[in-house]
Design a protein around this ligand. Structure first.
Ligand code: T4K
Length: 387
């Protein structure tokens, strides 16, 4: 049941009326909901009729066009097997100096750094802004100017779906000549500007999911063509493999799910926002639980990462677990702490360390119900009041 028109008092009253079974079942941190079989079926019939299953069939073309139509200016969209691959191929298409440093935030998911390495480049972890949780353009400008030639690209990451100031990043690219690739993995809802190439994830856990998938959006048609060529063995209109490449295409079946997801997106977006409002209301008495600016009011995303008092993340997560409420530190202790990246260069990272000790992902889903919201709020109250 989707929570509708219920206030804090009512939401908090629900647990006492809930069945014993509902009381015991843990509140899941994520409950992705992709289009159901009925919604996908018309697209499957089209696949049956066309007998076209992959390699740039009609459904993939339609999906890419509909995704491109969401941008304010003329934009090309290239679908890719997942966002990690899209980031890798986006970097490869930039023809950067092999082994060169790519600046990325330490406060990100491991995929960003893996993509850099897979593209034959070297991650360089940098700290983020304490308010936006994203790279600070001015800081990166200073870094790039001090280390002329060492930085071959920058990847600003959209923190859990928030959008950085793209005008400033466009100005950065113009001023420094350093290519910028936006990791907008969770920013399907907020990305409507592809002056800088940007990558969105269509993973099941994202707001618009099709299982596994992603896309790169850009206003540069030639660049889009190069990325697409990299997804298909380096072919470009002929069966001669012109550049080293891979196979990272999406099938028509994935496109079917994507098209069905786009059909219901306007209504689903409102459902995400409405659920977010109810979660916000349930936590209104806790100023020590800080939402990202605009989360659930200005933009929709599939996770709810909140900042708690400094250093309290582990204790709160443990307390919530005891109350049957799952949480997730979606970006762990920071990307740089993963063993795969032990040897990677890094700047001092005090803000990332602070975020790693204070940010947790609360349960959130498109149809999180009143009972789950109330249990989450009550468990947080308990954890923070007695912590
Ligand atoms: N850049 C950034 C900044 C990213 O955050 C990501 C991905 C990427 C790039 C790369 O995008 P992709 O290459 O994935 O397109 C998830 C996602 O797999 C990943 O897409 C996401 N970021 C990352 C932050 O989180 P896990 O390993 O935490 O998911 P998992 O399997 O533990 O599931 C989370 C919760 O959801 C669990 O409670 C189970 C539940 N769940 C999950 C799935 C997949 C379901 O109930 N149903 C499901 O189908 O990675």
């Amino acid at each position: 049941m989707i929570l509708e028109g219920q206030g804090l008092a009512q939401a908090r009253a629900v647990p006492h009326e809930a069945s014993p079974a509902a009381m015991i079942a843990p509140v899941a941190v994520a409950r992705p909901r992709l289009p159901n079989a009925e919604a996908i079926l018309p697209y499957l019939h089209r696949i049956d009729a066309a007998r076209w299953y992959s390699n740039f069939g009609p459904l993939i073309n339609e999906l890419e066009q509909r995704l491109a139509d969401r941008f304010a200016r003329t934009t090309k969209v290239v679908t890719v097997a997942n966002a990690t691959q899209a980031l890798t191929l986006g970097l490869q298409a930039m023809d950067l100096m092999p082994g060169g440093y790519v600046v990325l935030p330490a406060w990100t998911f491991v995929a960003t750094a893996h993509a850099v390495i897979q593209a034959g480049l070297t991650p360089w972890f940098v700290d983020v802004d304490p308010v936006t949780w994203m790279l600070d353009v001015a800081e990166i400008e200073d870094l790039a100017l001090n280390l002329q030639g060492e930085v071959v690209a920058v990847i600003p990451v959209c923190a859990f779906g928030a959008m950085p100031d793209l005008d400033r990043w466009v100005a950065f690219r113009q001023a420094t000549g350093i290519p910028v690739l936006i990791d907008a993995a969770a920013a399907f809802d907020t990305l409507h500007d592809a002056r800088l190439p940007a990558v969105v994830s269509l993973h099941a856990t994202k707001v618009l999911g099709l299982g596994e998938g992603g896309y790169l959006a850009t206003e540069d048609a030639e660049f889009a063509g190069k990325v697409q060529q990299l997804t298909t063995f380096g072919f470009n209109g002929c069966r001669d493999s012109l550049i080293p490449a891979t196979n990272a295409k999406l099938s028509e079946y994935a496109a079917a799910i994507g098209l069905a997801a786009l059909d219901s997106w306007p209504a689903d977006r409102l459902r995400f926002l409405r659920t977010a409002q109810h979660l916000r209301i349930a936590l209104i008495g806790r100023p020590d639980v800080r939402f990202q600016e605009g989360w659930g009011t200005d933009w929709a995303t599939s996770v709810c990462s909140v900042a708690l008092p400094l250093g309290s993340a582990d204790q709160v997560a443990n307390s919530l677990r005891q109350d049957g409420v799952d949480t997730r530190q979606w970006w762990g202790r920071g990307c740089h702490t993963n063993r795969a990246f032990t040897d990677c260069r890094r700047e001092p990272l005090p803000v990332t360390q602070a975020l790693a000790s204070s940010v947790i992902g609360l349960p959130f889903s498109i149809d999180m119900d009143a009972h789950a919201i109330a249990r989450t709020a009550a468990a947080l109250d308990r954890a923070l009041s007695h912590g």
